[in-house]
Design a protein around this ligand. Structure first.
Ligand code: SAM
Length: 222
């Protein structure tokens, strides 16, 4: 099976475990590093009632936080079960869709697009990033949080590549991990440039001072 399809299948297979990890195991609880990192970045670049697209929103925790803060939020995810969960819990617009092909959803335009650990593929991520300018209003911003390259590239292995995935570190009963196309920093930058976007800010941080775990790219079209 192709890797892009395996990614989506893995999330569909593990939707229940993912909801449990978020809702009962607190992996996105207030104070957790990646939650605070993405919220800080969003709040630095948008004010309510800005229109926000949460691309790869999962079960909708971030949609809920942003909607409660007064933002006009739309969540999109490829996994029906996660979107169904979000619809039951959060008053916001939710759509099932593949980030690689958002056009059929006719989502409209946004002031901000956020991708919080939702970009895993090679061609699918390229297609999504290429669509970002068509989804952003003139002064719009796209914010992407992902694993920092330093956190996964071992010595002598720094090149963009597919890796077999792992659920290591996540609590609960996960199975069939998805592969992940890891990118070097220069390949992320080339991806944005080829889509007509430019990086306006990079944030690097970790749970402890001096430790880097995630990177947040802030990009704009044009
Ligand atoms: C690690 S979870 C993150 C969910 C959420 N953003 C969060 O912060 O908790 C990754 C999510 O990305 C979604 N996803 C992965 N690839 C996708 C694609 N091509 N199109 C739409 N959703 C995708 C998965 O279904 C899953 O819900």
């Amino acid at each position: 099976m192709n890797n892009e399809k395996r990614i989506i299948d893995a999330w569909r297979t593990n939707a229940e475990a993912w909801v449990d990890a978020i809702v009962h195991q607190g992996i996105r609880a207030p104070g957790t590093h990646s939650r605070e990192a993405i919220l800080d970045a969003i709040n630095a670049h948008a004010k309510p009632p800005a229109r926000i697209l949460d691309a790869g929103c999962g079960e909708g925790w971030l949609v809920g936080v942003l909607a409660n803060a007064g933002f006009d939020v739309t969540g999109v995810d490829a996994c029906h079960a996660l979107i169904d969960y979000g619809r039951q819990k959060v008053r916001a617009r939710f759509e099932v869709g593949d980030l690689a092909n958002l056009k059929p959803l006719a989502l409209g335009m946004f002031d901000l697009i956020v991708c919080n650990f939702s970009l895993f593929g090679e061609a699918s991520v390229r297609r999504f990033v290429q669509s970002v300018p068509s989804l952003l209003d003139e002064r719009g911003t796209c914010i992407i949080q992902t694993l920092h390259p330093l956190a996964f590239f071992g010595p002598g292995n720094y090149r963009s590549q597919w890796r077999e995935g792992t659920w290591a570190g996540l609590p609960g009963h996960f199975s069939d991990p998805a592969p992940w196309y890891f990118r070097t920093l220069s390949d992320w930058a080339a991806l944005f440039r080829d889509a007509g976007c430019r990086i306006v800010e990079i944030r690097e941080s970790g749970a402890e001072p001096g430790r880097v775990e995630t990177i947040v790219f802030v990009i704009e079209a044009g």
